[in-house]
Ligand binder design. Sequence first.
Ligand SMILES: Cc1cc2nc3c(=O)[nH]c(=O)nc-3n(C[C@H](O)[C@H](O)[C@H](O)COP(=O)(O)OP(=O)(O)OC[C@H]3O[C@@H](n4cnc5c(N)ncnc54)[C@H](O)[C@@H]3O)c2cc1C
Length: 305
Amino acid sequence: MHDICIIGGGYAGSAAALQLARMRVNVLILDQGLGRNRYSDKVHGVLGFDGARRVEIKRQVDAQLANYNTIIWMKQGAVAVSGSWDHFSVDCEDGQTISSRRLILCHGVVDLLPDIPGIQSCWGKSVLHCPQCHGDLLQGKQVAVAIARKEQLGVILALQRWQADLTVCLMDDVEDAEVITEATKIIRTPIVGIEHEFGLLKTLKFADGSSLDTQFLVLGTEQRLSVNFARQLGCTLTRTSTGEHIQVDHRWESTIPGLFAAGDAARAKRNINFALADGYAAGASAALSLGHTAQAPGVFDLIEP
Ligand SMILES: Cc1cc2nc3c(=O)[nH]c(=O)nc-3n(C[C@H](O)[C@H](O)[C@H](O)COP(=O)(O)OP(=O)(O)OC[C@H]3O[C@@H](n4cnc5c(N)ncnc54)[C@H](O)[C@@H]3O)c2cc1C
């Protein structure tokens, strides 16, 4: 029986594992190694790692976690979960079953890309999901932004501040709005194809036969949870305009006692900084909960330093 099992060893899962190791808790991590940002070579907006290569960050994380003999890392997927407080079971791809007192879900989300030929090759390279992460890359470049829902119109405001050459592609009959100024070029016909060279966008093709040469496309996606474990265990999920996430309280505990969640899987606003902070907090909370032998939500809390 392990104290804690973490499903997903990305930013949130690794941060949780580090904190658990610091608190001398035995932890087993199951990880398939398919982090959400694997399509991008570099990471931005993370203090101390801005512009660092993703694989280099991963190498450093692995090396630091390897210093702790309380961490077991298994490079494989979890295929099923069951159980409750003090008695969780996780079935692994290789047929083993892991038992743990607490479970932390850090499995992240999957971006649901629209069905446009060429988009997958450009994703994370020249088709970008977030002007906050990538604004700096776009400066002085030809940029188009695809708006599929009115909730995404704020992206235009962010881009218009520094982007002289901006084309707005309104998909799915999104109505014009005040944020689309007269200076902005607007295209109101769906994108049906992307021409690129090795993932670098060259031309957007539209349903009416027209085309637009551009270097970047900003495209917000909907996301789904990577796996359905939270739903299967009976957790409450929250739906927002970007998809579902696992509802957690201020201890990062879900509505199922002893089941914690962190990172993209447990929030609507998703980036690495949040995942690191959430992972740390979920790890610390889960560790503190081990001192309680009965299912007693609300009796443990993060220690105030
Ligand atoms: C293209 C792209 C670029 C991005 N760039 C940035 C950036 O520069 N800066 C930034 O702050 N944010 C960036 N983001 C967002 C960032 O990637 C996420 O917010 C972050 O990865 C969330 O961390 P996480 O640990 O919750 O999930 P992830 O990093 O996605 O890790 C989840 C892990 O769980 C594993 N997993 C899933 N299911 C299972 C299972 N059943 N069993 C075992 N393991 C499983 C996955 O394989 C993966 O290793 C980017 C996103 C995208 C799409």
